[in-house]
Write a protein that binds this ligand. Structure first.
Ligand SMILES: NC(=O)c1ccc[n+]([C@@H]2O[C@H](COP(=O)([O-])OP(=O)(O)OC[C@H]3O[C@@H](n4cnc5c(N)ncnc54)[C@H](OP(=O)(O)O)[C@@H]3O)[C@@H](O)[C@H]2O)c1
Length: 325
């Protein structure tokens, strides 16, 4: 069992907690908040033994081996570096950081301290997504020619919410688009030849919606849209020369539909185990137990490349956050 601490007491912590009970390799040891009251309340609510009123105190706890960073994007680099400088392994919520310069700094810190670092792209660890990538690798639909995906929901615009606020590096791309982008890089790799995007901005200047086109040296193409002002089917489709694969609810998939030429279809169903966050926690713990400093399923080079793509897309659209300046 790897002893894990959590920093932050927001929505994602509440969301992953049920799955946490299904994790086999994690022992929840401590939770930290910027407020002692919130830490105590969260520790009581989730049955976590230790509560700290500052992130520094958790960093000083010698029993905590792995820290799950569940704070806004704008805090990830600073929080991760604090933990890694104290010798802790880090599982950092997506988006890994605000821009690629920050991700680079996090990676150097992990390497300097010899600790494990991974972006918590939990979709990658869902059995359905593993199967989809395996099918693609085995050439089940021959060469992939196109991937398209969308992730959007109509939200309630509120500049004080970290999802929209510039100060916390909100916006559709960093909050939702990273899932679609990493969905695409999971099938086509993270070295596209060209990426072009169009952004529609919210009143405070963050991206409310973004539409993106990509082309790879192989000739494969991809497109996605992410948004906080439109209903969408949250689907990813992988088009190959010999068929196409539909992945409904691709960011937490439990079903795959393979379409063959001539209209034949094959459906693969996967047992939903609550939302499935436990797979990523168990994977991180397994890597740590094996002495690995990064995950083969979400490599640091990929997190850096994806952050580089999103940083360029934002810059080209004139969407800059305080941390970019
Ligand atoms: N919500 C989701 O469904 C979801 C899903 C997947 C991933 N994520 C990712 O998880 C991370 C956290 O998202 P969330 O939705 O949980 O955010 P949230 O509800 O706003 O909570 C963030 C927590 O971070 C702490 N924090 C530290 N510095 C902060 C600051 N300057 N402003 C606001 N909060 C600050 C706060 O806890 P204390 O004050 O108690 O320390 C706060 O409760 C993000 O990277 C997000 O992309 C969220």
């Amino acid at each position: 069992m790897v002893k894990m601490g959590i920093i932050g007491t927001g929505r994602i912590v509440d969301r992953v907690m049920t799955d946490m009970c299904n994790a086999e390799r994690i022992e929840l040891t401590a939770i930290a908040s910027r407020s002692a009251e919130r830490a105590k309340a969260a520790a009581e609510k989730y049955g976590i033994p230790r509560a700290y009123g500052s992130y520094e105190e958790l960093a000083e706890d010698p029993d905590v081996e792995l820290v799950y960073i569940a704070t806004p994007h704008s805090c990830h680099m600073e929080n991760a570096i604090l933990m890694m400088e104290h010798g802790k392994h880090v599982l950092c919520e997506k988006a890994m950081a605000v821009n690629d310069a920050e991700v680079r700094a996090m990676i150097s810190c992990a390497r300097k301290n010899g600790v494990f670092l991974m972006e918590a792209m939990w979709t990658r660890f869902m059995p359905a997504m593993k199967k989809a990538r395996d099918m693609a690798e085995k050439g089940l639909f021959r060469d992939i020619r196109h991937v398209c995906g969308n992730f959007s929901y109509p939200g309630k615009y509120d500049e004080s919410d970290r999802v929209y606020a510039k100060e916390t590096a909100g916006g559709a791309l960093l909050d939702l688009g990273v899932y679609t982008l990493m969905g695409i890089t999971g099938f086509l790799g993270w070295k596209p030849e060209k990426v072009t995007g169009y952004a529609v901005k919210a009143p405070n200047g963050v991206d409310m919606r973004m539409s993106v086109q990509m082309i790879y040296p192989s000739g494969a193409t991809a497109q996605f849209f992410c948004g906080m002002d439109a209903e969408a089917d949250q689907r990813m489709t992988v088009y190959g020369q010999d068929g196409y694969l539909e992945i409904p609810d691709f960011w937490h998939p439990v079903k795959l539909i393979l379409h063959r030429p001539g209209g034949k279809t094959e459906t693969f169903d996967f047992q939903p185990e609550n939302e499935g966050h436990h797979y990523e926690f168990d994977h991180a713990a397994e890597c740590i137990e094996k002495g690995m400093t990064e995950s083969p399923l979400v490599p640091l080079e990929e997190s850096l490349a994806v952050s580089g793509i999103s940083t360029r897309l934002r810059r080209e659209a004139g969407i800059l956050y305080p941390m970019d300046l």
